[in-house]
Every structure is written in C-alpha cells, then in structure tokens.
Design a protein around this ligand. Structure first.
Ligand SMILES: Cc1cc2nc3c(=O)[nH]c(=O)nc-3n(C[C@H](O)[C@H](O)[C@H](O)COP(=O)(O)O)c2cc1C
Length: 360
C-alpha cells in the first residue's frame, strides 16, 4: 500500500477536505502542529484581508483515535469561515431564498493568468466562478494540513523539512507593487535534512524522486518553474564543476563535500540535503485590471477584480514545504512499507544500518 492524497473543496464553499490513505497505524499526530502550519500559510507579507476572516483549524473526521492513526483513511477538514458571506452564492443545492451576500452575479470577465478563460472554455461554463473557485489557492490549506501529517511521519525517521523565501527585498517589492495596484511573485526554497539515500527510483519516470517533486510543485498554483540543486545553473558548467565527488569509506560512511545535485541523483536521494526551488509568477488578480473580453457580450472590458493578495510568496513557501514533505513521506512509505509505525521504523533502522551512509 502506498501513501495517497486526494483533496476537495472550493475557495468559498463550506470547507476544504483532504483524505490521506496508506498511513501506518500508530503514528502520533498533534493538532497544534497541524494548526501551526495552517497559520503559517495564512501569514506573510502582502496577503489579502481574507486571511483576517479565516482562522484555519483542522478537524478530523476519521482515521485517528486519541491522537494516533488507525491505519485507515484519515479525513481532514478545514472550514471556510468566509462561506457565511457566500452561503447563497456557493450553495451546493439550488437556493430556496432570494439572492444575498457574495457571488450572486455571474463572472464573465476572465483574468489573464488565472483559470478563468481556460476553465470556461474547457468546461463550457457561463459563470467563470465555476472554474475559479476550485482553481483558487485556498485549496492549498488542505495540502498544508496533509503536509503536517507527512512531516510527523518523516520526523519518526529523523527527516526535517523546512522552507524559506529567497531574496530579502520582498517587503519593498510588495509595497511598491501594492502602491501601483499591481502584484509580484518570487522564489521559494525547500530543504529536507536527514533523508537517507535510496528514496525514489530510476526504474520508471513516475518513481523518480526529482520527477515527483517537480510534479507536486508545478501542480501548485502560480508555480512556473522548479529546480533541484543548482538546476539551471548546471547547464553552463563543466562536469568537473557540476558533480559532487564521493568521499569517506565503508566504515565512516560515504558523503559529499558539495551538493550541487540537491541531494538527488538518477531520481534517487543520495543522502545529502534535498534542495528544491520553485518560482512563483505574479498573482493574476490586479487591482488595476488587465484587458479582457466579456464572454457574455463579446465586448472588450477589464478583468475581474476581487479581494486578492498582492503577493503570496511566503504562503507558497509553506505550501511547497508541505508538498515536498508529502512526496518524501510517500517515497519513504514505498521504501520502508509498514502497516504499523513499528514496522516502518524497523525497516528504516535495518536499512540505515546496512548502508555506508554518513548523514550530513
Ligand atoms: C498561496 C497562494 C495564494 C494565492 N493567492 C492568490 C490571490 O490572492 N489572487 C490571485 O489572483 N492569485 C492567487 N494565487 C495564484 C492563483 O491561484 C493561480 O495563479 C491561478 O490558480 C492560476 O493557476 P496557475 O498560476 O498555476 O496558472 C495564489 C497562489 C498561491 C500558491
């Protein structure tokens, strides 16, 4: 059995949902740890007032008893408090009462860079809201909740995952963009320490750890580029400057003095720190809207303006951390198996004992 995740939920619907299957039984989870990550996702310079309405908190519907996983599907829920303002507009069933609150009028002016036009064309939608509600990054709250669970599993075998934003000029860029009613993006980095060699495989494309990490990060809203280790910079280097020489011996363990590969070779972790970066484009909702075309009338117009972040780079860092944690946990579950946590720990322990590895 492997670790799988499915999420559901709209931005202004009643709640976001994550269902996690394949977790070993006996893993201790702490509500505070999940809530702390949810809170970190909401913070950050440049976020919209929506974050003051929401105060994300995890609810567990199944798979956990007295703080320990049962080995059965773990169902997590994060409620949307803002749904109260959208109860009519986002009612799952046809509303019986008169229109009230937000979302009562169809959106027909798609935003360049968002899901609006692509979704309307693909699914034959007359109200662009039917596309943007799911495409919205609000759904990353469910990913972050799942990532917190993954980090708990990784923590049992000494793996730590952390993230940060690259560049120290974010606040000035956000202030300047906000003053111009514009938006900005940025670059985030995720690092994972304590990852043993051997997670992932070169056997098939889908097993490669680098492919999985790239897919999960590219699968995150607004991410337009991913690099592992020195990534794009390696293209202009010679082999002698690009690869990480192997040192040590069977007794003291093997290790590298450099980590240009970002801890992955041939799609397999090599025992060094995993380093992965994601580039985020500027957010598509501008307070000074870009040109668009009204899908109902065919007339030129200005794209939809609705409450929106100026930047969400710090939030992306937390989401990217969760995504990387999830993929590492999946790869660890694939490698070490384990219906119970004890089985998982025993397999990890025996493996690490067998290989000549000096952790960084
Ligand atoms: C954490 C996070 C918050 C975001 N917040 C906003 C936002 O407030 N306004 C906006 O227009 N886009 C926001 N986005 C980006 C859009 O969700 C994204 O650009 C859109 O869904 C289209 O997908 P794509 O950028 O992957 O093509 C956010 C993305 C992330 C990761």
């Amino acid at each position: 059995m492997s670790l799988e995740l499915v999420t559901a939920g709209e931005s202004h619907g009643p709640a976001l949902v994550a269902i996690l299957t394949g977790l070993p039984a006996g893993l201790t989870l702490e509500k505070n740890a999940v809530d702390a990550d949810l809170r970190r996702r909401q913070e950050g310079y440049g976020r919209s007032p929506r974050q003051r309405i929401e105060s994300d908190e995890v609810e567990v519907l199944s798979g956990l008893r007295h703080g320990r996983t049962l080995g059965t599907p773990l169902a997590l829920v994060v409620r949307n408090r803002d749904h109260a303002n959208w109860a009519w507009g986002m009612s799952p069933w046809p509303p019986a009462d008169d229109p009230s609150g937000k979302g009562t009028k169809p959106v027909t002016l798609p935003r360049p860079g968002h899901a609006d036009l692509a979704g309307a064309l693909k699914y034959g939608l007359t109200d662009v809201r039917d596309a943007l509600e799911r495409a919205s990054a609000r759904h990353t709250a469910a990913i972050v909740a799942a990532g917190a669970v993954a980090k708990a599993l990784l923590g049992t075998i000494g793996i730590e995952v952390a993230s940060n934003v690259l560049g120290d000029d974010l606040e000035q860029r956000v202030d300047a963009a906000r003053a111009d009613r514009d938006t900005v993006g940025g670059v985030v980095e995720v690092r994972a320490r304590g990852v043993p060699p051997g997670l992932g495989s070169y056997a098939t494309k889908g097993d490669r750890l680098d492919a999985r990490l790239a897919a999960t990060l590219m699968g995150t809203q607004a991410v337009k580029g991913v690099e592992i280790g020195d990534g794009f910079a390696l293209a202009s280097k010679r082999g002698s400057e690009a690869h990480d020489e192997i040192h040590g011996d069977q007794e003291s363990g093997l290790h590298r003095e450099t980590n240009r590969a970002g801890g992955i070779e041939a799609g397999v972790s090599n025992g060094e720190e995993i380093v992965v970066r994601a580039a985020m484009k500027p957010l598509p909702t501008l307070m000074r809207p870009l040109a668009s075309v009204d899908l109902q009338t065919g007339e030129p117009g200005e794209a939809l303006v609705e409450r929106s972040d100026t930047a969400a780079v710090e939030a992306l860092a937390v989401v990217a951390e969760a995504c990387v944690a999830w993929e590492l946990a999946r790869a660890a579950r694939d490698k070490f198996g384990g219906d119970s946590l004890d089985d998982f720990l025993a397999a990890h322990g025996a493996y690490v004992e067998r290989i000549p590895w000096r952790p960084h």
